[in-house]
Each structure stands twice: as structure tokens, then as C-alpha cells.
Ligand binder design. Structure first.
Ligand SMILES: Cc1cc2nc3c(=O)[nH]c(=O)nc-3n(C[C@H](O)[C@H](O)[C@H](O)COP(=O)(O)OP(=O)(O)OC[C@H]3O[C@@H](n4cnc5c(N)ncnc54)[C@H](O)[C@@H]3O)c2cc1C
Length: 561
């Protein structure tokens, strides 16, 4: 990644400035830089720390769009899901999803069977895009009631008739997916800076010629010039555009709702399950009044989501006690033997759905899955600015492709998309299983097999750099976290190569050490020592960084509201 040196940014005029380093901005920066555009990506916080870190981490085939008869969206999601398998085979894996069926016709096997048949037709050809045999999408099947309850200890119910199993792709660390895409963009010549907030646009007679930015680490303020600017700041899109339009008639979103997850001890090991909600308006495979997902995740259960009106502003998100209690209630009602209680909640996180609906309904999923790309030249006669609102992690590559197509058309360049199926730098692996086998043998004298495997799941091909560090400095083989299989060499690699500015970047995003609960005082102090030594932090900074991480860990399980 680029070192934090803004000198070149101040000098240059870029072809493209991308504002927002979530998954949408990441893909835009990668596509643009691979097409040869000089590109800079800016985020006000850490890369991928906002909505893109707060999802259910599913790269889903879009089965729930079937219910709304949005067939093109099903196909679009299925195709995008398959590109992820090819470009980042180390960062996603398939998990079987169980959907219980009931006598009620809306949740019956018959309806689901028809839905599945249609789904298969719509997804036709998705496996042909995936070259690696191990990454192909397995077929689903139906199971009897007896089999279903042997897999998940569902509450006894006469109306339960059995279930269906289908596969979805899941990410262990979606933050690393976003980062891997940004790192690949940098490898293709892009500049990318976190903690660099765009304050306003530079408007010269209705032509946007750049942006004014604030460096949130050193307090510097400066301008960056660009021929085209993309606002892809997710929930902050309208706020930023209002610095230009001064009022809200141009707003793209009509409101926001909040969705939260909790992470608990593992209650189901090998299957994810879609539990019918105890709340009103239940329907099949749909969070539109809604299913609660229990997903096996890094030895724990990831449970979500809620759907609540957003009341605390975009920058002060946290779960409420009521949300935690609702999720526990949902799980215990469907799986009484789970016996979840507050002490089982190890972590939580909340994200924002930007809405295009006028009223915000509690407990009804209102995300439309509808992305928007707005060319402000035709929309409001402002040249040089495009707004891109992503709607799904899964389809963000496609949003980027369409947005960069628009940019190249405006710049009069004939270069086509370069992200379809072309691996990320860390994902240039033809056969993931034989790659793992090879590396386990190659690194055997230094790394235990399970360490090699977990490093590959986080770093793909970049495991070689961590191995080299461990080989040249054997003291870096010391364990930082046994629970997470993390050694000091990994922390050193991250601090030197992955643009971490705060301890929280390391704990919650690069390693995920904090996202399955407090990793322990010993681990945290080891991390702050390595990071502080490499970044020359004084004692006060070390203390503040640690305190901020501890505060976050505490409020994630014991919110104030
Ligand atoms: C609860 C929940 C569950 C979800 N589950 C799934 C799922 O399982 N699968 C799926 O496919 N999708 C899911 N989604 C949707 C998906 O998470 C989002 O569509 C996607 O992450 C949006 O990415 P983004 O890059 O557009 O926005 P964001 O990730 O929000 O990124 C916007 C970025 O802009 C930055 N920014 C804001 N203002 C400025 C500024 N002035 N200057 C510089 N930077 C700025 C922010 O810091 C932020 O990093 C879920 C969403 C929610 C809320």
C-alpha cells in the first residue's frame, strides 16, 4: 500500500478521484486503475470499516429476489457470486444453508421446490465461469423432517414438514476482501488513502475539478485535482452532495434503517440456518418480515439481522439492548436447546441500509437491492461528478463496472472492464486446495499445518511474505492469539504493508481479532507493543489506542441504550 505521503497527490491531476473506500469504491478503483486511469481512492475512516464491514458477509445468489419476482436481480447476483470465487478463492467459501419448510403454503416444500427449480434455471451457467473445480457451487437438495431435526434441534412443531438445503458463499473476513481489492488497485497504479476525508468539491462554474480533503492523522488540509469524481460514500452520499447543492431536492436516499448482528458461542456447527421470525409477516427465504440467520462463523455463530429505524445519526452506530434481546429471543424460540443468554454475546455490529422508501418500518427489511448510478451532468447539469450507490456487497463489482464504463465514455476512452474473473493479486491461485497442500508441505518446518491454512484464508498468495518474515526473524513466530491462530509475523506484515493507522484497524479489520470477542489483555498488549514500536508511538498514544479498542469491545456487548 502507499506510504502516507501526499506530496504527489497535491501536484497531480488524476483521471479519477473515488470518494469512499467501501466495497463499491474498492471495485471502482480496481477497475479504473486496471483500465489505465490514474486513480486515487479516499476514505474518511479505515478502508471497508462502514457498511461493508457490517453485513452478514454473504455473497449470495439472490434467491430472496425470487419472491419479489425480480428475476434479473437473481441472475445478476448469481453471476457476481461466481466471479468472487474466481478472483478471491481464498477469501470466500460455501456453506450449506438450511431452510425449514412448514404446512403453511407460503413456507411449504412445494413452493420452495418450485422456487428452487426456477432459481436453478436463472443461475444457469454460473459454474462455467469458475475454473477451479473446488470453488464450484454445490447443488442443493431437500430433506425430511427427521433429517432436519437431526441437524438442527428445532422446536417441536406439527406444521414442520422438512427442509431444503442450498449453498451460499460466505466470507470469514469481509474487511479483508475489501482491502484485498484495494491492494490490487494499488498494485495496478492507484493511490489509496484511509483517514482522508473529502470536505467539499471544487466547483468551477458547474464543473467539478477536484476535492478539498482533510488528513485526519496529521491534520493537514489540501486539494486534489481530478477530471472525474465519483461519490460512492454509501449512507453519506447525500450529505456530501449537499455541500454542492446546498439543499436536499437532489437526495438519492429517503432515509436509513439499521441492521445489527450478534456473535455468540457456536450453536450450530456445520450448517447455516434461516429461522422463521417470530415477528409479523413471515415469508420464505426473505428478510422482508423476515428470517433470522444463524451462520457458523470462525468457530462461533453469527446471528442477524434486526431492522430498526436509525435514530443516532450515521456516525454513532451501535446495537441496542432491545436488539440483542430480540435476536436471543428469536433463536431460543426456534431452537430452545440453544439456551442463549446475554453472557453468550461476545461481539455485535450494526450497519446502515440506505433506503429508497418513504416510511421506515420496524422489522421489515426495506433494502431494495437496487443500486443507483447517477450522472450529475444529465441529472443537474453539474459536470465531472458521478454518484454510485451500491446496494449489495455481492453486486458491487457490477456497480463498479457500470460506473467506470460511464467514466471512460465521458473521458472518451475505449477500454473495457478488467475485473470480470481476473484474480486479485493475493488471489492468483489456480487450484486453492492444491495450493494449500503445497504450502503446508513447503512451510512445514516453520508453520504448523493449521497456521498455514488460516494464513492462506486471510492472505492467499501473500502468505509468502509472512513466511519470509518468520524465517528471517524467528522470534516473530511467537503466538499472539491461539484462539485465532495469529503469530507476531502477521502483525508485523500488516503494520508494514496494510496502511493501519490505529490499533482498531488491526484488531477489528486486518486480523478480525476483536470481532469474535475480546482476544484478551495479553494479546492486545502484544499487538499495541508491536504496532507502537513500528510506528514510534509514545506511551500516551499506546494508552489511548488501547483504551479506544477496549471501549469498543465493551459497548459491543453492553450497549448504553
Ligand atoms: C445489516 C446489513 C447486512 C447486509 N448483508 C449483506 C450480505 O450478507 N450480502 C451482501 O451482498 N450485502 C449485504 N448488505 C449490503 C452491503 O453491506 C452494502 O451494500 C455494501 O457494503 C455497501 O458498500 P459501499 O461501499 O457502497 O458503502 P460503505 O461500505 O458504507 O462505504 C462508504 C465509505 O465512504 C466513506 N466516506 C463517507 N463519507 C466520506 C467522505 N466525506 N470522504 C471520504 N470517505 C467518506 C465511509 O467511511 C465508508 O467507508 C448488508 C447491509 C446491511 C446494513
Amino acid at each position: 500500500m502507499n506510504k502516507r505521503n501526499f506530496a504527489e497527490l497535491k501536484e497531480k491531476e488524476f483521471d479519477l478521484i473515488v470518494i469512499g473506500g467501501g466495497i463499491t469504491g474498492a471495485w471502482i478503483a480496481l477497475d479504473a486503475s486496471r483500465r489505465g486511469l490514474s486513480t486515487v481512492l479516499l476514505d474518511k475512516d479505515d478502508f471497508g470499516a462502514a457498511t461493508s464491514a457490517k453485513s452478514s458477509k454473504l455473497l449470495h445468489g439472490g434467491i430472496r429476489y425470487l419472491q419479489q419476482l425480480q428475476f434479473s436481480k437473481v441472475r445478476e447476483s448469481a453471476i457476481e457470486r461466481s466471479w468472487y470465487q474466481s478472483v478471491a478463492p481464498h477469501l470466500c467459501h460455501f456453506i450449506p444453508f438450511l431452510v425449514p419448510c412448514y404446512r403453511d403454503i407460503r413456507k411449504s416444500k412445494l413452493l420452495l421446490r418450485i422456487g428452487m427449480m426456477l432459481y436453478r434455471v436463472l443461475c444457469y451457467g454460473e459454474n462455467s465461469r469458475i475454473k477451479d473445480f473446488h470453488k464450484k457451487i454445490p447443488k442443493g437438495w431437500f430433506i425430511s423432517k427427521k433429517k432436519l431435526v437431526s441437524l438442527v434441534d428445532l422446536a417441536e412443531s406439527d406444521s414442520l414438514t422438512g427442509g431444503s438445503v442450498f449453498y451460499e458463499s460466505h466470507m470469514e473476513n469481509s474487511e479483508r476482501m475489501t482491502l484485498a481489492i484495494i491492494k490490487s488497485a494499488v498494485d495496478s497504479g492507484a493511490f489509496a488513502y484511509n483517514y482522508t476525508r473529502v470536505e467539499r468539491f471544487i466547483n468551477d462554474d458547474n464543473k467539478i475539478k477536484g476535492v478539498s480533503v482533510a488528513d485526519r492523522i496529521d491534520g493537514d488540509e489540501f486539494k486534489i485535482r481530478g477530471r472525474m469524481i465519483i461519490n460512492t460514500t454509501g449512507p453519506w452520499i447525500d450529505g456530501l452532495n449537499r455541500t454542492l447543492f446546498n439543499s436536499d431536492p437532489h437526495d438519492i436516499t429517503t432515509g436509513f434503517s439499521k441492521g445489527s448482528h450478534i456473535v455468540t458461542r457456536q450453536i450450530i456447527k456445520d450448517y447455516a440456518v434461516a429461522l422463521p421470525s417470530q415477528h409479523k409477516g413471515q415469508s420464505i427465504v426473505d428478510r422482508g418480515g423476515r428470517h433470522v440467520f444463524v451462520i457458523p462463523w470462525r468457530g462461533h455463530s453469527l446471528i442477524g439481522t434486526t431492522n430498526e429505524p436509525l435514530d443516532n445519526g450515521l456516525d454513532n452506530l451501535s446495537i441496542t439492548n432491545k436488539e440483542i434481546e430480540n435476536l436471543i429471543f428469536e433463536v431460543n424460540s426456534s431452537i430452545p436447546s440453544a439456551k442463549l443468554d446475554r453472557n453468550d454475546v461476545l461481539y455485535s455490529f450494526s450497519g446502515i441500509y440506505p433506503l429508497q422508501a418513504n416510511t421506515i418500518k420496524t422489522d421489515t427489511y426495506q433494502g431494495t437491492g437496487e443500486y443507483l448510478i447517477i450522472d450529475h451532468e444529465s441529472h443537474s447539469e453539474i459536470k465531472g461528478l458521478i454518484t454510485a450507490l451500491g446496494a449489495k456487497f455481492t453486486t458491487s463489482r457490477l456497480v463498479a463496472e457500470k460506473t467506470v464504463d460511464l467514466v471512460t465514455a465521458k473521458l472518451d476512452l475505449a477500454v473495457s472492464c478488467k475485473t470480470k474473473g481476473i484474480p486479485l493479486t493475493s488471489g492468483t491461485i489456480t487450484d486453492i486446495e492444491s495450493f494449500k497442500d503445497r504450502k503446508c508441505v513447503e512451510f512445514n518446518h516453520l508453520f504448523p499445518v493449521d497456521l498455514t491454512q488460516s494464513l492462506i484464508r486471510r492472505y492467499g498468495k501473500d502468505i509468502d511474505s509472512i513466511y519470509s518474515l518468520g524465517k528471517s526473524e524467528p522470534q516473530l513466530l511467537r503466538t499472539v492469539s491461539e484462539r485465532d491462530n495469529i503469530i507476531e509475523a502477521e502483525i508485523v506484515y500488516i503494520v508494514k504493508n496494510e496502511a493501519v493507522c490505529h490499533l482498531s484497524d488491526l484488531i477489528f479489520r486486518r486480523t478480525g481479532l476483536g470481532t469474535i470477542g475480546n482476544p484478551g489483555a495479553q494479546c492486545l498488549s502484544q499487538c499495541v507493543k508491536i504496532m507502537g514500536d513500528l510506528l514510534n508511538w509514545d506511551d500516551k498514544t499506546r494508552h489511548n489506542e488501547l483504551e479506544s479498542v477496549m471501549n469498543h469491545l465493551n459497548t459491543a456487548v453492553s450497549p448504553n441504550n
